[in-house]
Design a protein around this ligand. Structure first.
Ligand code: 13P
Length: 252
């Protein structure tokens, strides 16, 4: 089965609105067709409404970097998946290692978010990945599959076949240390086998799995050539329009 590649930037807490808008202007007429690749930018929630407006008619898709799991209520400072869905954007990133580490998000929170996001008609990009300590102890496979099992708990087969999962080893994020293509492929393969164990072959062949961690225009082609890697989640190299477009060059 052929899965459509998905190359997504994750801006994290960077840029101002005027910088975000300048980026959209620079990329919007230069993106490859969405028949070949999904080109996505994950941006701070504050910028999503104006970016959703200015990207109209282009191939640029948008992701929120987080959301809460309730649709409304007394949750000061949070954004609901319902409000994000109403902006007409496509994805919400959940469970990024920075959110797990600095904001103490648990697998259970992330699972509730996945359900709420699907209930609002958007697609979650569910992140997983191990620390250097876990990697060096040789426990990556068991750690990552436990994160996936907990994150998917109670989701339907139909939902999981539409899901995007991003495998991001924490030791490769922002460090310039990319996992080798083989390590990245192997652990994306562990993610796919975990999905197969839970939902069967058809769903595991449909779910899209990204690698993230110091992906650059120079390294993306080798990663994308690997069997289990369907895309990339890219921090630093997605911040400049030229570099984001260079990540997509192979699909032009
Ligand atoms: P870098 O590409 O800057 O290593 O960030 C990866 C990441 O965390 C994307 O979500």
């Amino acid at each position: 089965m052929s899965r459509k590649p998905i190359i997504a930037g994750n801006w994290k807490m960077n840029k101002t609105l005027s910088e975000a808008q300048a980026f959209v202007d620079a990329v919007k007429n230069n993106l490859p067709s969405s028949e070949k690749v999904d080109s996505v930018i994950g941006a701070p929630a504050l910028f999503l409404a104006p970016m959703a407006y200015s990207r109209q008619g282009s191939e640029l898709q948008l992701a929120a970097e987080n959301s809460y799991f309730e649709n409304a209520g007394a949750f000061t400072g949070e954004n609901s998946p319902a409000a994000i869905a109403d902006l007409g954007i496509e994805y919400i990133i959940i469970g990024h290692s920075e959110r797990r580490e600095y904001f103490h998000e648990t697998d259970e929170d992330i699972n509730k978010k996945a359900k709420a996001i699907f209930a609002n008609g958007l697609t979650p990009i569910l992140c997983c990945g191990e620390t250097l300590e876990t990697f060096e102890a040789g426990k990556t496979a068991e750690f990552v599959s436990a994160q996936i099992e907990a994150g998917l708990e109670g989701l339907t087969a139909e939902q999981v076949s539409k899901l995007v999962i991003a495998y991001e080893p924490i030791w490769a994020i922002g460090t310039g240390k990319t996992a080798t293509n083989e390590i990245a492929d192997e652990t994306c393969g562990v993610v796919r086998s975990t999905v197969e164990k839970l939902y069967g072959k058809e769903v595991s062949e449909a779910v899209r799995i990204q690698y993230g961690g110091s992906v650059k225009p120079e390294t993306i082609e080798g990663l994308m050539a690997k069997e289990n890697i369907d895309g990339a989640l890219v921090g630093g190299a997605s911040l400049e329009a030229e570099s984001f477009l260079a990540l997509l060059e192979i699909y032009k």
